[in-house]
Write a protein that binds this ligand. Structure first.
Ligand code: 9WN
Length: 427
């Protein structure tokens, strides 16, 4: 397939997944609106349909809680049984600060300020774009305030995730050391996620039991973040989430500047995240950023795709940047397989070619790395990542993820962010 046809096919996939109010990640596997999916989708739509890109973000922001929390799922009309856990599980309607629309109670990486700024950057109608920025700025600022204040559990400058789903990289090996404390022996539930995808491409049952137990724990605390350190068994700082938070603050500073607001608080917030990343998550021995348990201060050891996300940080010391790029190009990641970038160190015994976030190549993490290496002054690596990603999509279609060894498509078919980010990478 040539590049022109890939672009047309991408638009076709996004149209097929559009409900009239939002774009589903996949009609079968994920039949609701997901938070960071919508941000990636808006970034792609900004290239072809500004109006829909704006509607995508607006639809999500309408589901924001009064505290600024932007939920990771906004439930639509798909039958309650189509996806587990459904809206009843989270019981958001029982929480005073939640909106009327039914949502989950956890968050996802805040790519949304980047999406809003991208929509504006691609707009032909500059006035409409500025009006849109002025409309969404207070909501995005509230989203970041929530993360910077309520989720910085011990004042160390980083936002904690309280569930692996919040990372967006659900069963990454990065979470393994922090899950044994979770008691997954709760009530029975039926997994719906394997109705459409092979079992060896999804998280294992023990992981799922922990996911449900953690979601119940947070829900039963009334989503009260002040109780997390005492009562919740998973409070972890993730380099990917925090690098995106930092990038988002810099985008907010730019948005504030364009709408006549004050950029200064956003620069300060971004600097705080930078200090937290360097002081807490940089592992000098391994030459990468790793996850850290807020409660114990213990750090993980897994070298995953998340470790490279701080390439988005413009203040990264040159020596740290160079060590990261060395690891990225090494046989552990880009140098060790024909279809990079794998989400986990290829040389680890726990690397799995097909299992979700434990090895496969994903389009959204490739896109983030593409932006990161460009920022780090390496257009040559950016070209390799971009060419290889588009090649995978041309050969295997808009699959959810890909085997980094043979390039075969895995997971859901017609997956929205694979199509959307192709549009951005094609441009
Ligand atoms: C749980 C929708 C989402 C993505 C995540 C991805 C997967 C859900 C699931 O699908 O997570 O949120 O059911 O596995 O891990 O990144 O946002 O595409």
């Amino acid at each position: 397939m040539d590049h022109g046809r890939l672009g047309e096919a991408a638009v076709g996939t996004l149209n097929a997944n559009w409900t009239g109010a939002a774009t589903l990640p996949s009609r079968t596997q994920y039949p609701h609106q997901w938070s960071w999916d919508s941000a990636f989708i808006a970034i792609g739509l900004a290239r072809v349909d500004q109006d829909r890109a704006r509607r995508e973000l607006r639809g999500l922001l309408r589901a924001q809680w009064d505290t600024g929390r932007l939920p990771h799922i906004v439930y639509g009309d798909a039958g309650g049984e189509a996806y587990f856990p459904g809206p009843g599980f989270w019981d958001s309607r029982g929480v005073p600060d939640a909106p009327a629309v039914r949502t989950s109670g956890i968050v996802q990486p805040p790519v949304h300020a980047r999406a809003a700024l991208t929509i504006c950057a691609r707009a032909q109608d500059r006035d409409a774009a500025r009006r849109f920025l002025a409309e969404v700025y207070p909501k995005l600022a509230a989203q970041h305030r929530y993360l910077g204040e309520r989720r910085d559990l011990d004042g160390g400058g980083l936002a904690a995730i309280v569930h692996p789903w919040e990372s967006g990289t659900d069963n990454s090996p990065a979470w393994d050391p922090f899950l044994p404390d979770v008691d997954g022996t709760g009530p029975e539930f039926v997994r719906r996620d394997m109705d459409h995808v092979a079992a060896d491409e999804r998280p294992g049952d023990a992981d799922y039991a922990a996911y449900i137990a953690l979601a119940e724990s947070y829900r039963d605390l009334g989503y009260d973040d002040l109780k997390l350190l005492d009562k919740h068994p998973f409070t972890v700082e993730d380099p990917l989430f925090n690098a995106i938070l930092l990038d988002g603050e810099l985008c907010l500073a730019e948005i504030a500047r364009r709408v006549g607001g004050d950029p200064e608080p956003h620069y300060l917030a971004a600097r705080a995240v930078h200090r937290g990343l360097m002081g807490r998550l940089w592992d000098d021995e391994r030459g990468t950023f790793v996850a850290r348990d807020v409660r114990t201060g213990a750090r993980g050891t897994a070298a995953t795709i998340a470790g490279f996300a701080p390439l988005l940080d413009p203040w990264l010391p040159a020596a740290v940047r160079d060590r990261l790029l060395d690891l990225l190009l090494s046989p552990a990641f880009m140098g060790g397989c024909p279809h990079p970038v794998p989400t986990y160190d290829l040389r680890e015994p726990g690397f799995e070619r097909h299992r979700y976030w434990r090895g496969p190549t994903w389009v959204n993490t490739n896109w983030l790395l593409w932006v990161g290496v460009l920022r780090a002054g390496r257009p040559d690596i950016a070209r390799t990542i971009c060419g290889s990603t588009l090649g995978l999509l041309e050969r295997a279609g808009f699959r959810e993820y890909f085997d980094p060894v043979d390039g075969s498509g895995r997971g859901a078919h017609d997956f929205s962010w694979s199509a959307a980010l192709a549009l951005d990478m094609l441009a």
